[in-house]
Design a protein around this ligand. Sequence first.
Ligand code: NAD
Length: 310
Amino acid sequence: MRIVVPGGAGFVGSHLCERLLADGHDVVCVDNLITGRREHADYLTSNPHFSFVEHNISLPFYIDGTVDAVMNFASPASPIDFPKFPIQILKVGALGSLHSLGVAKAKGARYLLASTSEAYGDPEVNPQPETYWGHVNPIGPRSVYDEAKRYAEALTMAYHRYHDLDTRIVRIFNTYGPRMRPQDGRAIPQFVSQALAGEPMTVHGDGSQTRSFTYVDDLVDGIVRLLYLEPPFHEPVNIGNPHEMTVLEMAELIKELTGSSSDIKFTERPVDDPSVRRPDIARAQKLLGWQPLVDVRDGLKRTIDFFRTV
Ligand code: NAD
């Protein structure tokens, strides 16, 4: 297949491009590098089946030649990006999704949207099945991201229902691994960078809020299974690790694995920070035969090794 990947120079997108190339596809990465890194794309450009187009998909774009699939991973995704790029996030969720759906429609290609567990907001049910409609503050500081993704899901379903486009939606839960930005602001890169620098590891609140962390290779495997699925499934599919941990447990594990002498320091909880977060993955297990395989200690060791080199 020839696959267009908006957001392919980001953390998840770059691992996805690598996997698609390994599976024998041609990949066109489209990215404006707002939070992605040129090096991620440069690293793949030696592969003749990979090409990079620097473009902001909130503006219209066109791809020459055949396109079999569009996989839209373009959006800043870290809470530290929400106050920095609020309008860009709303635009890429709305206009970027519209333009990338337009490319899929023009080419008769299948479309996969990278949505998020943030579509569930601060959930009142745990774990979250795809049938849960969510509990989102529509005007809070996180709303730029949560509502942009909810809109992108609605738009994707509208293209499926109205234009009969072959669409798929993955709701991604917290993912970690090599190539995350050290100053990304998400819990794991923050704890690892602080632990390696011997700085205090800053835990929000009392650290009792829970997260479920998926290693990036497991995530990408679930995503490509959904892309390849025949017959297709158009409603959202959760991909995440049902193994739930408190944020404090994660900080303590990273402290142990890095051998750090950093102290753990408790800081104020951000507004609308979800208290619990755990996917119900029954749908992914049944449809895709997928479940996470990488043990958290192994995934963290690989991530820590990467952070030691940057
Ligand atoms: P990232 O910031 O590393 O990657 C996003 C990429 O999109 C970057 O390369 C960025 O430059 C690019 N981009 C942003 N706006 C763009 C635009 N207007 N035009 C072109 N390119 C643009 O983030 P990530 O963690 O790799 O997330 C990738 C996708 O997965 C996002 O859509 C995100 O919402 C989703 N997701 C990620 C996680 C996670 O835990 N990493 C969880 C849920 C959902």
